[in-house]
Design a binder for this molecule. Structure first.
Ligand SMILES: [Zn+2]
Length: 222
């Protein structure tokens, strides 16, 4: 190897961008890896694998992927009643709008993911309320940061007889459930939670349909 070859190689190496042991020669690829690493469960290695795949994809497919990602942010908003994520052209979701759903019973969930997991089981015919989070003093999330005021208003305005708090069985989930019970008990509404059939810390999306359906059927008071 000549001195020039060596300095060229060194220059090339210095221009590469490192992510742990992963390195890339293009800034655009590195930026994509960095963005993908923000997704849950995606480390540098997986992000790099996806980025190498994306760069090989057909331009149309890449365009569709980018449009779909932008669209979930730009073309959706929260249902005015339950805070479920819906298409921007609607004001309320299909569940809130449906007269086939039992409005006397409302299942309170943390996010859309849990709502969809329960909905997928087909075993619940009431309505929902999405809090958008759980109370966590450690993470600085207080009761005013989640949609609890709106839930209390719904209990006041609608003919709701039972609230099922369907949170994951964690410290935050239990604390939020207890607070909801405390806030709603004076209104005379029954506050229940699904029976423990789910693994501690498991969320609904990672639990099978039968377990969710059974847990919802066998409710216990909070
Ligand atoms: Zn809704």
């Amino acid at each position: 190897m000549t001195v020039e070859d060596f300095s060229l190689k060194l220059k090339a190496r210095n221009s590469k961008l490192f992510y742990g042991k992963i390195f890339m020669s293009s800034k655009a690829m590195a930026a994509l890896v960095e963005s993908l690493m923000k997704l849950p469960g995606v480390g540098a290695k997986t992000a790099a694998r996806l980025a190498y795949h994306i760069v090989e994809m057909k331009p149309d497919d890449v365009e569709n992927l980018a449009t779909a990602i932008r669209s979930v942010k730009n073309d959706t908003h929260a249902c005015e009643i339950c805070f479920n994520t819906i298409d921007a052209e609607k004001n309320i979701c299909d569940i809130c709008a449906s007269d086939k759903r039992d409005g006397k019973i409302v299942c309170v969930v943390k996010d859309d993911k849990d709502l969809d997991a329960i909905e997928r089981t087909g075993s619940f015919d009431g309505k929902y309320h999405v809090t958008g989070g759980l109370i966590s003093p450690l993470a600085g999330v207080s009761q005013n940061d989640i949609h609890l005021r709106e839930l209390i208003k719904r209990v006041r305005d609608e003919d709701i007889q039972e609230i099922i708090v369907a949170f994951e069985p964690t410290v935050e989930g239990d604390a939020t459930a207890l607070l909801i019970a405390k806030l709603l008990n004076p209104a005379g509404v029954k506050v229940t939670k699904p029976a423990r059939g789910m693994a501690v810390g498991a969320d609904f999306s990672g639990t099978d349909n039968l377990t969710i359906a059974k847990a919802l059927e066998n409710r216990i008071p909070v």
